[in-house]
Ligand binder design. Sequence first.
Ligand code: NAP
Length: 267
Amino acid sequence: MASVHDDLRPVTVVTGASLGIGRELALLAARRGEVLLVARGHDGLSRLADEISAQGGRASIIALDLAQPGATDHLLSVLAARGLRCHQLVNNAGFGFVGPAATLDRGGQLACIDVNVRALTDLTLAVLPAMIRRADGGVLNVGSVAGFMAGPHSAVYYATKAFVHSFTEAIRAETAGSGVRVTLLCPGPVNTGFLARATGGVRQSEASLFHLPAAAVAKAAWHGFIRGQDRVVPGWPNRIVQLAAWLLPRRALSALVLQRQRGRTTL
Ligand SMILES: NC(=O)c1ccc[n+]([C@@H]2O[C@H](COP(=O)([O-])OP(=O)(O)OC[C@H]3O[C@@H](n4cnc5c(N)ncnc54)[C@H](OP(=O)(O)O)[C@@H]3O)[C@@H](O)[C@H]2O)c1
């Protein structure tokens, strides 16, 4: 039976597409079809859409604060108004803070939950039913190696990523055999502006064996997603971190994370 949705053009929605990993994921997605780029900053999105158009791709943008209530409904109405349907969803937008939870701004930490958890969940729940009906499409959720452990001095951020891992694994199990791909990306440290923002500018970047370029992380993620892989952990050092998180006692792991995160807020 024909559906009213058959008239709509399939699009890959990428959140947090203006910068960093999301920008690279959007460029890869645009090679295979139309993309809708989402973030707050209009200028970054607009530049990326122009770049995609110059490469022969098709992109549109929506400047949207995903921490705001009603963000998902607004996104859905924009999709419908533009004659689009979300064929693939890349839930990449996210941010964090470094510092003791009791001293960091309370509203900012709740906004972190709103973007990293609430918006990711809401968007997934909004588009998944149609994907299942069509037996097509997929969801790529961006977690972190932070999701494997508790994160003293970045407590809320680490907890949001643990949620992303749990939610994504559960959705994947529920949709197994449905034709819908669900993939969890767990990057370790990536060379983006993420750390500068998380530390309020105290740390601009860190040079270490563990840091990967955003383009390499996005490439590994995108290939894993297209292949229907359940989880992508880019880079062998991060796979060792994953293993250590499984093997080490939780208290020892927390002590290690605390030491690392404390070092990030002091120069
Ligand atoms: N970089 C790392 O070391 C690292 C490691 C592990 C996991 N990750 C995860 O990877 C993802 C991307 O990180 P990244 O390093 O690429 O970060 P980034 O360079 O800081 O980019 C974050 C993106 O999210 C968007 N964003 C932030 N708040 C938003 C909001 N309220 N509404 C809509 N969009 C919002 C930003 O655009 P606007 O500011 O314009 O809104 C930007 O496009 C995040 O989920 C992060 O947790 C990063």
